[in-house]
Design a binder for this molecule. Structure first.
Ligand code: SAM
Ligand code: SF4
Length: 332
């Protein structure tokens, strides 16, 4: 590691300290808003190996990245993923402040203890419904009890849990209050997410698009929401819920007002670096990493920093997705 390696600062002076690293585009679920039923996944031979991902994470930490979130697809369906968690976890306290994961929770129960052992302290679990039939309908195949048992095991293992719920008009909007109450009872934070126009799916997202200011107004009839000081550098605005003692984040990526403070980049499982979730600007890293090692990675990072766009280009009203790739490719 070079002590003099400069941090990652983009053309607008934003310091990049947070990376979302997708470890696979595959998933055992098929959430309607995320994927179509029949997805063409990438050939496994195109993916960065776990060793390459670990090396890459090490370089990122050398370059000033302090938080790494593993995502996907579903990160826990990647075989031997815990070896990567363990490798990245070794940098905790040595440049890295935090390793986290976003998961659908289906495979969580058997690995929760080891995640904690390797240094994970917080995870996000996606849960769009507490009703088994509705959960199965949204995910096209998920078993709610399996996910609830994963969440419970993770909680018992000492992991702090945030629940991610995509708010969908006419699908789960009637459940938001119940989800706030359930999260309050269990001590989980809740992030409510607006559907984002990423990749073609069967059907049209506009039918299920539910603006979160509507959701917030409804919640305020029952709960007292006080603006929280909690900030992540992302699109979430947080509120403390007086009645439950919990916290709710509203993630409305279709508003632009968070881009000025953006601190993150995203890297896919094949090594494509994206400067922004809502933009096609990208730089390929895998081949230069294989041919030139660390120098190739540094050059790719420099290219991303030079061209990272000032803001996203989401627009739910357009008939085509703003960005052709699916969320499972870039990671949430
Ligand atoms: N499979 C894991 C999961 O579901 O948590 C991690 C990857 S998933 C792509 C990350 C997050 O993105 C999930 O919370 C999911 O609900 C959300 N997501 C997926 N597609 C989305 C879309 N088009 N708009 C908004 N959120 C989306
Ligand atoms: Fe899989 Fe997560 Fe996409 Fe659902 S949101 S299909 S769990 S990657």
């Amino acid at each position: 590691m070079s002590d003099t390696a400069p941090g990652l600062i983009d053309g607008f002076g934003r310091r990049i300290t947070y990376v979302r690293l997708s470890v696979t585009d595959r998933c055992d679920l098929r959430c309607h808003y995320c994927m179509s039923e029949h997805m063409q996944f990438l050939p496994k031979s195109d993916l960065l190996t776990l060793e390459e991902l670990a090396d890459l994470a090490g370089i990122l930490v050398d370059r000033g990245v302090r938080r790494i979130r593993l995502t996907g697809g579903e990160p826990l369906v990647r075989r031997n993923i815990l070896t990567l968690v363990e490798a990245i976890g070794r940098r905790l306290g040595q440049g890295l402040d935090e390793i986290t994961m976003t998961t659908n929770g289906t495979q969580l129960a058997p690995v929760a203890e080891r995640l904690r052992e390797y240094g994970v302290r917080r995870i996000n679990v996606s849960l769009d419904s507490l009703d088994g039939d509705r959960f199965r309908a949204i995910t096209r195949r998920g078993d709610l009890d399996q996910v609830l048992s994963g969440i419970e095991t993770a909680r018992a293992a000492g992991l702090v849990i945030k629940i991610n719920m995509v708010a969908l008009k006419g699908v789960n909007e009637s459940e938001v209050e119940a989800m706030v109450a359930w999260c309050g009872e269990h001590g989980f934070d809740l992030a409510l997410i607006e559907t984002m126009p990423l990749g073609h799916i069967q059907g049209d997202r506009i039918h299920h698009y539910l603006p979160l200011d509507t959701v917030k107004r409804r919640l305020e009839k029952r709960y007292t929401l006080r603006p929280s000081m909690h900030r992540t550098g992302g699109p979430a605005r947080y509120f403390d819920v007086a009645e439950t003692g919990g916290r709710i984040g509203f993630i409305s990526p279709l508003t632009n007002n968070f881009c000025d403070g953006c601190n993150r980049i995203r890297i896919t499982a094949t090594g494509t670096i994206y400067g922004c979730l809502g933009h096609d600007q990208r730089v390929e890293l895998r081949d230069v990493m294989r041919s030139e090692g660390r120098d190739g990675v540094d050059r790719a990072l420099a290219a991303v920093m030079a061209a990272k766009p000032p803001r996203h280009e989401f627009d739910i009203a357009r008939s085509r997705p703003a960005v052709a790739r699916h969320m499972n490719v870039t990671g949430g």
